[in-house]
Write a protein that binds this ligand. Structure first.
Ligand SMILES: CC(C)[C@H](C(=O)O)[C@@H](O)C(=O)O
Ligand code: SF4
Length: 477
């Protein structure tokens, strides 16, 4: 073992490598495997065909999220309601069948712990600092918010992990995104990560694992850290990481799957040793001043198409790179936006507050704080708030937030991926705009022809109230 200063990533990597081959690939041990209905059916089928079992069912947790409607799931007698869409129904039924067949822990659609896989993992204490975590889902990076090395994998790899609890990987390069200073009023973790991607670009993190460093992340809540790491992938990185600290330990302590008693103390001692050593170097470094970050929204069809809310829709000519110029032309055309338009003049007809990026209790609280005593604008046709899990839903209801939301004219839904990707009945109609707290604004992401503007929960709530993109600081603070 090397004694040179190491980064957080290097330490977790070193602790999990089983062997490194001559071609530079390493066999890496996987501590936790999260499974959802979309990317698992073929993997289970592969195991079945080969007559294999799941190597560590106890380290695997399955939960449905993508295909579930977010309307009521049970009838008055408590029976599960049928799912109208046949493909969704089939995918959900397949996971429900596969999990017990392979001895895997399974949270069902109507269990109170059900939720989006990336909300459930940390909430259950299944995602832990220093752990390697995988899921057949690109936003697995999210779990880096508790200091786990977490990344998305494809269905073939899902099968490999189910069968062996290992993966063949190449070591990534390291990238540091450092933000020190004081965030201004109305600037939330979502604004921080949108701003970062605006600076680094969608490809800025390619081939790298990002560690977010600086007092801004140290002072950030765990929910906020999960939001930031969730979008590491949108900046091209495989994983995002934030060093575990006392806040992380306090957040995880006592959660159902977290270690207990002496095991907890041993775990904390190890977790404390994981922070990047003084003098460790990164392959790439980006430094941003906290004071430069404003409440931020996207105007285009790439998460890097960001602007401070006080800005205007850019013109393709503003970009020096020829291919970006062309992309901006296409993007503005799809988005129905004219260069020079003030962002705060852009009307929205839909509002979506939810997704694995922004559906935790703090997100719902932030939205409710803006909505309290206000009402959605008449031109906002559809506005839904979708908690990330049944437990978030319960907590929000215990705090009376659901009532504030409903009184403001928004709908309060059951947990799931919902309008983040429209693999379920929650869709944004073609040609309409959505103020959305999700993580992707790709063409057609929220439904064919839908136009997405990414932003924080407070900003989405502000847009619901005024019916246009809005600087939340005008409403509160
Ligand atoms: C359906 C799933 C494979 C997909 C992903 O990998 O991320 C989805 O969660 C998404 O956000 O686009
Ligand atoms: S909420 Fe959206 S980004 Fe997250 S896992 Fe679901 S579909 Fe993917």
């Amino acid at each position: 073992m090397t004694t040179a200063p190491r980064t957080l990533y290097q330490k977790i990597w070193d602790a999990h490598v089983i062997e490194t081959r001559d071609d530079g690939t390493s066999l890496v041990y996987i501590d936790r495997h999260l499974v959802h209905e979309v990317t698992s059916p073929q993997a289970f089928e592969g195991l079945r065909t080969a007559g294999r079992t799941v190597r560590r069912p106890d380290l695997t947790l399955a939960v449905p999220d993508h295909n579930l409607p977010t309307t009521a799931r049970k009838d008055a007698a408590g029976n599960q309601l049928p799912i109208a869409d046949l493909e969704s129904a089939n995918q959900l039924a397949t996971l429900r069948r596969n999990a017990p067949e392979f001895g895997i822990r399974y949270i069902d659609a109507t269990d109170r712990e059900q939720g989006i896989v990336h909300v459930v993992g940390p909430e259950q204490g299944f995602s832990l600092p220093g752990a390697t975590i995988v899921c057949g889902d690109s936003h697995t990076a999210c779990h880096g918010g508790v200091g786990a090395l977490a990344f998305g994998i494809g269905t073939t790899e899902v099968e490999h992990v189910l069968a062996t609890q290992t993966l063949l990987l190449k070591q990534s390069k390291t990238m540091e995104v450092r933000i020190d200073g004081q965030l201004g009023p109305g600037v939330t973790p979502k604004d921080v990560v949108l701003h970062i991607i605006g600076v680094t670009g969608m490809g800025g993190g390619t081939g790298h694992v990002i560690e977010y460093r600086g007092n801004v992340f140290e002072e950030m809540s765990i929910e906020g850290r999960l939001t930031v790491c969730n979008m590491a992938i949108e900046g091209g990185a495989r994983s995002g990481l934030i060093a575990p600290d006392e806040k992380t330990f306090a957040y995880l302590k006592g959660r159902p799957y977290a270690p207990k008693g002496e095991d907890w103390d041993k775990a904390v001692a190890w977790w404390k040793s994981l922070a990047t050593d003084a003098g460790a170097s990164f392959d790439k470094s980006v430094v941003i001043r906290a004071e430069d970050i404003q409440p931020t929204v996207t105007w285009g069809t790439s998460p890097e198409d960001t602007s401070a809310i006080g800005g205007v829709v850019p013109s393709p000519e503003d970009f020096t790179d020829a291919s970006k110029r062309d992309a901006v032309k296409v993007s503005l055309d799809y988005m129905g936006l004219t260069p020079g338009t003030r962002l705060t003049d852009v009307e929205v007809q839909n509002v979506f507050i939810g997704s694995c990026t922004n559906s935790r209790i703090e997100d719902i609280r932030a939205a409710a704080a803006v909505l309290k005593g206000r009402h959605k604008a008449d031109n906002v046709r559809w506005a839904i708030v979708v908690p990330g899990s049944g437990l978030v839903k319960e907590q929000a209801e215990a705090e009376g937030l659901d009532k504030i939301i409903v009184d403001a004219g928004l709908e309060w839904r059951e947990p799931g991926c919902s309008a983040c990707l429209a693999m379920n009945p929650d869709k944004v109609p073609a040609g309409e705009r959505c103020a959305s707290t999700s993580n992707r604004n790709f063409t057609g992401r929220q439904g064919p022809g839908s136009r997405t503007h990414l932003m924080s929960p407070a900003m989405a709530a502000a847009a619901a109230v005024t019916g246009r993109l809005t600087d939340v600081r005008e409403l509160v603070g």
